[in-house]
Design a protein around this ligand. Sequence first.
Ligand code: COA
Length: 278
Amino acid sequence: MAEGLFRAKTADFAEYCSVTSCGLCAMAGDPVSENAVRALARRGIDITQHRARALTPYHIEEADKIICLSRSHYDALLPVAGSEKLLLLGNGIPDPYGGNETVYDHCADAIDRELDRLLASDVFFSVEVMTADDVPEVVRIERENFSEPWSEHAFREQIDKSYGVNFTVKFLDKPIGYLCTDLICGEIDIGKIAVDEKFRRRGAADRLMQKLRLYAEENGVESLTLEVRVSNEPAQALYRKYGFETVGERKNFYREPTENAYIMTKLKNGDTDENTGN
Ligand code: COA
């Protein structure tokens, strides 16, 4: 059930995330119990074709993350898999084995809830300083998002220049979004922020903005400024969330299509949005 649920939740970015499940005492080839099939069918997920697999050293070696559903499995695997790789789902999910449909349904609910929490947590996402290795993926995302994209050369220059402050947000070490800024005389100018469409509304931009906010605090930045298309409501909402205010408008600032830009600014200590934790 956990494999089916996790695969459904990550279907939008399946090429970034291959999901499999194994048992510690599984009889390889056993079909799924009927109650598990029904519990997932109610959620629109078909697991009729699934067959049990036994965990092998190969699975442990190959996995980026191993999510245990019970504390006893976690404890048994800890010495071989290590705490970097191994996770316990919630506080462990009670085994529904032998239970009726309602028991399986509650179990599926619990797994569903805990997987959502896990996917919203920092387990799979990280924010790092952008490096040359990130540039090819960053350029791909850039081209998908902007009508006049920066070139690969422009990104390489951006990460090389002494006043560039650039971050990449990653899902399991693969870049899925980025933020490029210049820090000049205590002022940050945000030149670029974008997130791969497949990973939108999962807090990737939040993570980038939180990293930038921390950087600004640590480096005594006085103000942050950016331009944004007047029609780009998602981006404006993001900036307002982090305390930016519209302070002006530039006529025909953008091309393809031609459009005005709002100038948005945030002054030091000007962040009042409760969503950002201040
Ligand atoms: N509608 C309204 N608000 C939105 C939004 C949308 N579709 N998408 C993001 N936001 C705002 C919300 O305030 C959200 O906070 P909330 O979840 O508490 O409501 C906040 O942004 C953070 O959301 P998050 O999930 O981290 O955003 P994201 O990872 O989907 O990335 C953009 C947001 C703007 C970077 C992304 O939509 C993007 O890449 N757009 C194309 C490129 C672009 O326009 N860049 C900006 C150029 S100025």
